[in-house]
Design a protein around this ligand. Structure first.
Ligand code: NAP
Length: 260
């Protein structure tokens, strides 16, 4: 059995499905103990049962990342039970497509509340403990949307640009304490969220979902959609000591769609 994350404690948000679930499974396989966060606590418990994981390896926490106090309490619970958090993966996120002129203030607020403030809340809750122990790795799941412009998703892109910027600034401050902060920028990944994107984009563009899928793939030099497990492999690398000299980076995993 491989053990790149042996003796590590990881807290992973948005772990009930998609990319977050794949990261949780990969971390477990590599020897970490994982604390899983999502709003749907029952879904997390069902996942834990389906994996047959003992309670000393998996903890489930029904937390809304928009709620600062709930995030702080979740971190305190993990620290009390498992002694500290070594890796934080901020993955919870939401998506909503509209043309810029149709977006309301509330749309922007809704996306920023989860995609930016959720990341902020968990970083501020975890960093003091990491800094005191002089070790830790934070992995923020941003997006290629945090690196370039896209049509009909200005609120989402704004939130992901903010995550990339925040990652760089916090990495600078935390490096004095040997804590690393990086982001992963996936392109199209096969999850519920990309199905929403396909549905909304084909509707607003007046084309079929199949036609939109073909136009999506035409933008990807490698010609395929990324699997959640591929993002999980990058998250294992950034969480592990193999990446010990990497901080402040936002690494693309997108089949070559964005070359910066
Ligand atoms: P997904 O399948 O829709 O899963 C989203 C996860 O976030 C779920 O576990 C959901 O659980 C959780 N979540 C949402 N709002 C939350 C909240 N307020 N508090 C706590 N948990 C919350 O999405 P995904 O595709 O795996 O995306 C994961 C991350 O990757 C997101 O940050 C997304 O922006 C980013 N990303 C995705 C793609 C893609 O193509 N799929 C591309 C680039 C970046 P509950 O519903 O139970 O709360």
């Amino acid at each position: 059995m491989s053990s790149r994350l042996d003796n590590q404690v990881a807290l992973i948000t948005g772990a009930s499905r998609g990319i977050g679930r794949a990261i949780a499974q990969a971390y477990l396989k590599e020897g970490a103990r994982v604390a899983l966060v999502a709003t749907d606590a029952a879904k997390l418990q069902a996942l834990q049962q389906s994996w047959g994981s003992p309670a000393d390896r998996v903890m489930t926490l029904g937390v809304d990342v928009r709620d600062r106090q709930a995030c702080v309490q979740a971190v305190e619970r993990v620290q009390a039970q498992w002694g500290g958090i070594d890796i934080l993966v901020n993955n919870a996120g939401v998506y909503r497509a509209k043309s810029f002129l149709d977006y309301t203030d509330q749309d922007f607020q809704d996306l920023l509340d989860v995609n930016l403030f959720g990341v902020l809340h968990f970083m501020q809750a975890c960093l003091p403990g990491m800094q005191a122990r002089r070790r830790g790795s934070i992995v923020n799941i941003a997006s290629t949307a945090g690196k370039w412009g896209s049509r009909n998703q200005s609120a989402y892109n704004t939130s992901k640009h903010a995550v990339v910027g925040l990652t760089r600034c916090v990495a600078l401050e935390a490096s004095a304490h040997q804590v690393r902060v990086n982001a992963i920028c996936p392109g199209f990944v096969q999850t519920d969220m990309v199905e929403t994107l396909k549905r909304e984009a084909s509707r607003s563009g007046g084309i079929s979902a199949d036609a939109f899928q073909a136009s999506m793939l035409a933008r990807v030099p490698l010609g395929r959609i990324v699997e959640p497990e591929e993002v999980a492999e990058m998250a294992v690398y950034l969480g592990s000591q193999e990446s010990r000299s990497i901080t402040g980076q936002s690494m693309m995993i997108d089949g070559g769609m964005v070359m910066l």
